[in-house]
Design a protein around this ligand. Structure first.
Ligand code: UD1
Length: 422
C-alpha cells in the first residue's frame, strides 16, 4: 500500500487547478442509464471512485470510455441492460446506490446491493426507499439486496423527505424524470451537485424546476436524449487546497474556485483571520504572519458548513490561538482523524458529536494512518506545517477522492512525496 511522506515547511506560493466534482460526477454517470443516446461528461475528475462507477455501469451493460487522459467520459447505454448491481462492486463505494433510481425509471425494476463506502457511520437507505416508494416502487430487502419493482411504471407524486439526503434527492430526480405526471420533492437537498445533476438532466430533455431550493418540481417526459455536460468544480477539493496556505502561510490561488460554492466555509476562514478573495480565475487565499484565531464549526446540509471539510478544518484549528468546538451533525463517528492528529501533538477531546480543539503552537511530524477519505487529507494538511516528517499510510482512501495530491501540493512548494508500497 502506498504512503505519503510530508516534511513540514514554510509558506506556499502559486496556483492549484481544481478538478471537476467527484460527488457530482458519481451522480451524473448513472444518468446515462436513462437514455439510449450518448451522454458525454467533460471536466471529469480522475479518481478511483470514478473508475469504480465505470466498472459498475459496465456490469449493467453501459459503456463508459475515458478520453483525454480521463478528463472526458463518453458514456452510452443503448443495448440490453442488466438490472443487478452486485455486492462486489457496490461494497467499494456507497455512491453505487445512485443506479437504483435510473434503473427503476428505465426498466421498471432494479436489484441493488446495500452499499459500503467510508466507515463514517451507519448510513442507512430508508430515505431513498421512501422517496422511490412514493413514486410507486415496491421495495423489499432480501439477502442484502434491495429489490425494487414498478412494473406498471413510476407515477409522479408529492413527497417530503424526513432529512435532506443528497443521494436520495439524486435518486428521486433520476426516477421522476421518466415517471408519468408531475412530482414534487419537498425538503430536497440543495447541494451544488444536485443543481449540476438537474442541469445535465435538463440538457437531456428533462423538465425540472427549483433545484438548489428545498422544493424541486419534475414534469415526467417519455424519453431523454443525449447531451454533453461539464462537471461542476469540486467544492470539497477546493476547500481542502484553500486550507493549505491557511495552515502553512503564503498565497495560493485555487483555479476554477467560486465562493458561491463554498460560502459558509469562506466565512469561517475569514473569522479565523485568513484572507479569501474571488479573482477572475479562481479564489486567492493568503495568510499573513501570526496565529490563526479559533472558530466554532457546525456541519450542516448545504448551504451550511460541509461535513466533507470538517476534518480538514480541524487540521487548521489544531494550531489556532484559543479553543474551537466542532460539531458534526451529518454523520456519527466522523472524528476518526482526531486521535491521529493527537499523535502529531494536537490537543483534542471528542465527546459524541463534539470535538474540542485546544490550539497548540506547533504540531510535530509522526507516523499516522488514514482512516477515511477526508481524514487522510486532513493529516496531510496538518503535516504541511508540522515540525519534521510525517508519514501517512493507507492512502488508498485518498486516491478515491483527490487526483494527484502530491503533484498539486509540490507545485506550490510543499515537500511531499508518494512512496510506492506493495
Ligand atoms: C453525499 C456525499 C458525501 C457527503 C454527504 C453529506 C456523494 C457521493 N457523497 O453522501 O460525500 O458527506 O452527501 O453531504 O455525493 N441517511 C439516512 N438514510 C438514508 C440516507 C441517508 O439515515 O436513506 C443519513 C446518512 O446516514 C447520513 C445523512 O443522512 O447520516 C446524510 O446522508 P446523505 O445526504 O444521503 O449523504 P450521501 O448521499 O450518502
Amino acid at each position: 500500500m502506498d504512503s505519503i511522506i510530508v516534511r513540514g515547511n514554510g509558506p506556499l506560493k502559486g496556483q492549484i487547478p481544481i478538478a471537476g466534482a467527484k460527488n457530482a460526477c458519481l451522480a451524473l454517470m448513472p444518468a446515462t442509464l436513462l437514455s439510449e443516446e450518448p451522454l458525454t461528461l467533460t471536466n471529469a475528475p480522475r479518481l478511483s471512485d470514478i473508475r469504480t462507477m465505470t466498472q459498475l455501469l459496465a456490469s449493467l451493460g453501459a459503456e463508459v470510455t475515458a478520453l483525454q487522459d480521463g478528463k472526458v467520459l463518453a458514456t452510452s447505454c443503448h443495448g440490453e441492460i442488466k438490472p443487478v448491481a452486485d455486492y462486489d462492486i457496490v461494497r467499494k463505494m456507497r455512491a453505487s446506490n445512485l443506479v437504483l433510481g435510473p434503473l427503476l425509471a428505465r426498466l421498471g425494476h432494479a436489484v441493488v446491493s446495500l452499499p459500503g463506502g467510508c466507515a463514517i457511520g451507519a448510513r442507512p437507505m430508508d430515505i431513498h426507499i421512501d422517496a422511490l416508494a412514493a413514486l410507486g416502487a415496491e421495495i423489499e430487502l432480501k439477502d442484502g439486496y434491495l429489490h425494487a419493482n414498478a412494473r406498471g411504471g413510476l407515477k409522479g407524486a408529492v413527497h417530503e423527505m424526513r432529512f435532506a439526503s443528497v443521494g436520495a434527492t439524486e435518486n428521486f430526480l433520476m426516477a421522476a424524470v421518466l415517471a408519468k405526471g408531475t412530482s414534487v420533492l419537498k425538503n430536497a437537498a440543495r447541494e451544488p451537485e444536485i443543481v449540476d445533476l438537474a442541469k445535465c438532466l435538463r440538457a437531456m430533455g428533462a423538465q425540472i424546476e427549483g433545484e438548489g431550493t428545498s422544493d424541486i418540481t419534475i414534469q415526467g417526459v417519455d424519453r431523454l436524449h443525449g447531451a454533453t455536460h461539464p462537471v461542476v468544480t469540486d467544492r470539497i477539493e477546493l476547500g481542502t487546497y484553500m486550507l493549505a496556505p491557511a495552515i502553512c502561510g503564503g498565497e495560493v490561488e485555487c483555479l476554477g474556485g467560486r465562493i458561491d460554492l463554498i460560502e459558509s466555509f469562506c466565512e469561517k476562514l475569514d473569522a479565523a483571520g485568513i484572507s479569501v478573495e474571488q479573482t477572475h480565475t479562481g479564489i486567492k487565499v493568503s495568510r499573513k504572519n501570526g496565529r490563526v484565531r479559533a472558530v466554532d464549526v457546525v456541519t450542516e446540509p448545504f448551504p451550511g458548513f460541509p461535513t466533507d471539510l470538517q476534518a480538514q478544518m480541524m487540521a487548521l484549528l489544531c494550531t489556532a490561538e484559543g479553543t474551537s468546538v466542532l460539531e458534526e451533525k451529518i454523520f456519527e463517528n466522523r472524528f476518526m482523524h482526531a486521535p491521529e492528529l493527537v499523535r502529531m501533538g494536537a490537543k483534542i477531546e471528542v465527546h459524541g458529536g463534539h470535538a474540542t480543539v485546544h490550539g497548540v503552537d506547533k504540531l510535530k511530524g509522526a507516523r499516522v494512518m488514514a482512516t477515511d477519505l477526508r481524514a487522510s487529507v486532513s493529516l496531510i494538511l496538518a503535516a504541511l506545517a508540522a515540525e519534521g516528517e510525517t508519514m501517512v499510510s493507507r492512502v488508498y482512501h485518498l486516491d478515491r477522492g483527490y487526483e494527484r495530491v502530491e503533484e498539486k501540493l509540490s507545485a506550490v512548494g510543499a515537500k511531499i512525496e508518494r512512496v510506492k508500497g506493495d
